[in-house]
Design a binder for this molecule. Structure first.
Ligand SMILES: Nc1ncnc2c1ncn2[C@@H]1O[C@H](COP(=O)(O)OP(=O)(O)OP(=O)(O)O)[C@@H](O)[C@H]1O
Ligand SMILES: [Mg+2]
Length: 366
């Protein structure tokens, strides 16, 4: 899968942008606050149907405008066109110029994996951002998962709203609970399988990147563990939480409270890992995602590397280059070409970003 072109209109600081991309490596260089991350954000948006930085996507519309637009043309056995229009009521997603009703029909049509400085606090933030990462990545390779998750969130909202009302009918509450349980069985199965697969490969990447023998393990902590008796285990948990749910007027059990704990050599990362180790665990996680995405979809995802090299020492830069540089379309941002010198050897296009305008530079002078 290759991204051929990007068109932006009134997206962030871009008034209008038309860009043809190199099928190999594209480097975007520019000073701070010129629009490098905004450009990667637009590509991420076209891949996942959401921003990687903010919840309120209306902020992506250029100041004082009412509509923002991102469009991509991809080559994947023929041309594919994806479009996102952001407006005051939210966003509309288009595939081949047809508006889509469900985001699951859009997510993952273009598979891109982002390495962003904002990922780097994955261990320090709330479980929500860890859940979001797994949900987005799993959703990209499994549209059925995304559908189940959206249905679950709808029923959860309905149950919470019902709990807030007066005159509760236990029978109706049980109907909603059973719906939640039914949807969760498959969700937990998918999550468990996904984390198991990541655990098989994440240490390999971490060891290459860190030049060490450490073992990384992700533990999925859900409402119950996956097993043949998952349905009755879940029903049991809801039963035990029934009075508390009614008293506190909210649903305490379910995958909306999941977390993912990371371990390095069987110690929890948040307790023992250094800043550098944490960064490399996150990079190793992303590398594992690339491998799993390729395995499940049959094509290599597009790599989006947002200024990730400036923080790595030269040995780690070389290790990351070795791991990632595999005939994959790559889009890199940097403030300093020196940081990405390894990537600028051949088949590279270099673009300068300046106040929301992009100009291609002729081949780098070595
Ligand atoms: N909705 C918007 N409308 C207009 N401009 C915006 C909007 N949102 C962000 N910007 C502008 O975009 C610029 C930041 O762009 P971006 O985050 O892409 O910078 P960058 O080139 O990645 O910089 P750095 O090297 O510091 O990461 C800021 O000047 C900001 O004011
Ligand atoms: Mg940036």
């Amino acid at each position: 899968m290759k991204l051929k072109s990007i068109h932006l209109r009134d997206f962030r600081n871009y008034e209008s942008l038309d860009l043809l991309l190199n099928p190999n490596i594209n480097v975007f260089i520019g000073d701070n606050a010129q629009g490098k991350t905004n450009l990667l954000e637009s590509i991420y948006f076209l891949s996942t149907g959401r921003s990687h930085r903010i919840q309120d996507e209306k902020l992506c519309i250029r100041s004082a405008q009412t509509l923002g637009l991102c469009r991509a043309v991809l080559e994947n056995h023929g041309d594919i066109q994806l479009k996102v229009v952001i407006h005051d009521k939210g966003k509309t997603l288009f595939y081949q110029n047809q508006p889509l009703k469900k985001s699951s029909e859009f997510i993952g049509k273009m598979n891109a994996v982002m390495f962003s400085p904002s990922d780097m606090d994955l261990f320090e933030t709330s479980p929500k951002s860890r859940r979001k990462l797994i949900d987005v990545e799993l959703g990209k390779i499994n549209p059925f998962y995304m559908d189940l998750l959206n249905q679950y969130l709808k029923v959860l909202k309905e149950r919470n709203l019902y709990l807030k009302g007066n005159n509760l009918d236990d029978a109706y509450l049980e109907v909603l609970t059973t719906k939640l349980v039914d949807l969760q069985c498959d969700i937990i199965r998918f999550k468990t399988g996904f984390v198991d697969r990541l655990n098989q490969i994440i240490s390999k990447y971490y060891q290459k990147l860190s030049i060490s023998n450490s073992i990384i393990r992700i533990h999925y902590s859900g409402p119950v563990d996956w097993s043949e008796s998952i349905k009755s285990d879940l029903l049991d948990k809801y039963q035990k939480s029934f009075d508390r749910d009614k008293y506190l007027k909210m649903t305490h059990v379910g995958i909306h409270r999941d977390d993912f704990e990371f371990y390095i050599d069987e110690n929890e990362v948040i307790n023992v890992a250094s800043q550098g180790q944490r960064r490399l665990i996150i990079v190793a996680l992303k590398c594992s995602l690339i491998e799993v995405i390729e395995e499940m979809t049959g094509s290599k995802p597009i790599l989006l590397l947002d200024d990730v090299f400036s923080e790595l020492d030269i040995k780690r830069r070389e290790a990351l280059f070795e791991v990632l540089h595999q005939n994959t379309q790559t889009i890199i941002t940097t403030t300093d070409l020196e940081d990405v010198r390894l990537w600028t050897k051949d088949h590279v296009s270099i673009f300068e970003v300046n106040q929301g305008k992009v100009v291609e530079r002729s081949r780098i002078d070595e």
